[in-house]
Design a protein around this ligand. Structure first.
Ligand code: FAD
Length: 438
């Protein structure tokens, strides 16, 4: 047994009180050495691992993640805007390992839900499980944009998965000639982080305003309406007039990007408008990460789950959470994934102990930075319900920032988002709180 440090103890007890607040049972004594395998070390997977280990230290928990370091998409727009460093949004798994979780740096290539095993790219033997948690995030529907591909994304980064892509987009922004044109394309619904493209537009525009004042940003959108639209529109007008041009799909034109040429930088919309970008940030349509479809856990592009506890409707003893799952009104966000994780962990323990299964309540808040010290938020509670005779996760008590909010409210939102991020990554990755944003 390794000795628990004072800091680890503080983190564990913090996890326990969070668990209690979310309805997770106190340490389960009778769970025994059940094998829990978790695919994906993002907010969804890492949070389930930590909640389980805190509640039931005897469980044998394996977290499979191909990357040694996880760069969060959260705050990545602020990195583009110049408000954070790359280092401050990148986290390793040392803290997760110190909690006694077996972190395997590998890729799950197949799941056999009948034999209850997971095959890994590099391991010689499949990994058996009693309960499997699938939290692999998203992949892209590259085929929806002619000329776009993983190779083209090296020239026209999406930066919609954290890591190299995030870094690449920032490098290209830094290299942009003053007077250059940046073209962004926002994806169709549903996609990860509904307000994310518009926060990104604000952060790129802030970067241009402060570093390349002659450059411009054109945004093409496949949608007519989007999250927090009124406050974003107010911000474009107030802070970025003459820098951002927003085009969204309407009756006159169709601003869905359907074709790109990564070599020349030409971006073409459905209605035939073309722009030659000095830098293109193409965010394509999305779907659950490939392993989910390969394992037969999808219906269409995403994974159906029971809203009570995120058990898969496609396989026994399998949970799908985070961006890969169909969560109805609940948006695809890290906040959502962590909220779902508390319920998943509680239900795993209940199922192992033969206790009544969990019916969860969930919560989400998404903050977006509009300008320095100015952030807006949207969110709500989410409860299992029925819609058209089918199980459904329904929003209750939704809230959203309004245009004309005072500067003090926006400053408070901004502080909340900073504090939330630091608390979350400390909880997920076991890092000490940082004194400063950067
Ligand atoms: P991920 O974070 O994608 O993690 C999945 C992990 O699974 C990955 O690390 C991947 O490497 C791994 N994986 C995939 N396939 C396999 C496999 N076969 N085997 C093993 N591992 C695998 N959310 C917020 O709450 N607040 C924000 O402010 C916010 N801002 C955002 C800004 C931007 C620009 C973007 C793009 C997103 C933002 N989000 C935000 C959304 C948030 O990043 C996602 O909702 C969140 O990361 C989802 O967590 P996840 O665990 O489901 O998936």
């Amino acid at each position: 047994m390794t000795k628990i440090t004072r800091r680890e103890f503080a983190l564990l007890t913090a996890g326990a009180s969070l668990a209690a607040a979310s309805g997770l049972p106190r340490p389960a004594l009778a769970a025994g050495p059940a094998k829990i395998v978790i695919i994906g070390g993002g907010p969804g997977g890492a949070a389930v691992a930590n909640r389980l280990k805190t509640a039931s230290p005897g469980l044998d928990i394996t977290l499979i993640e191909p990357k040694e370091k996880y760069t969060t998409c959260i705050r990545s727009n602020l990195y583009l805007g110049g408000f954070r460093s790359f280092k401050s949004i990148t986290h390793d798994y040392a803290g997760v390992k110190r909690r006694g979780i077996n972190v395997v740096t590998d890729t799950a290539t197949a799941i056999d839900t009948a034999a209850k095993t997971v095959t890994l790219a590099r391991a010689s033997q499949p990994l058996p499980y009693d309960r499997l948690v699938v939290a692999p995030g998203i992949d892209f529907k590259y085929e929806t944009i002619e000329g776009y591909s993983p190779e083209a994304a090296k020239l026209m980064p999406h930066a919609w998965q954290g890591g190299e892509q995030t870094w690449l987009l920032k490098e290209k922004l830094l290299a942009l000639p003053d007077g250059g044109l940046v073209v962004m394309s926002a994806p169709p619904n549903p996609y990860r982080c509904p307000p994310g493209p518009y926060e990104r537009a604000c952060m790129i525009a802030h970067f241009l305003k402060t570093r390349k004042p002659k450059a411009k940003l054109v945004l093409f959108d496949a949608k007519k309406t989007y999250s927090k639209q009124a406050v974003f529109e107010e911000a474009y007008d107030e802070y970025y007039k003459g820098i951002i041009e927003i085009n969204s799909t309407n009756e006159i034109d169709d601003f869905d990007v359907i074709k790109v040429d990564a070599k020349t930088g030409v971006v073409t919309t459905k209605a035939g408008r073309t722009e030659r970008a000095a830098l293109a940030n193409i965010i394509p349509a999305q779907k659950a990460a490939a392993i989910a479809a390969r394992a037969g856990l999808t219906e269409g592009d995403w994974c159906p789950v029971n809203p009570e506890n995120f058990t898969s409707t496609k396989a026994n003893d399998v949970y799908v959470l985070g961006d890969a799952a169909i969560a109805n009104d609940m948006p695809k966000s890290a906040f959502s994934a962590v909220s779902q994780a508390a319920v998943v962990a509680a239900d795993i323990i209940a199922s192992l102990e033969g206790k009544p299964r969990v019916s969860g309540k969930y919560r989400n808040t998404c903050w977006s930075m509009l300008a320095p010290e100015n952030s807006a938020k949207i969110g709500g509670d989410y409860v299992p319900a029925t819609k058209d005779g089918k199980p459904y996760l329904e929003v209750k008590e939704p809230f959203v920032s309004q245009p004309g909010d005072s500067a003090e409210i926006r400053r408070q939102n901004n502080q909340e988002s900073t504090d939330w991020y630091q608390t979350m990554v400390t909880d997920l990755f076991g890092e000490p709180p940082m004194k400063a944003e950067r």
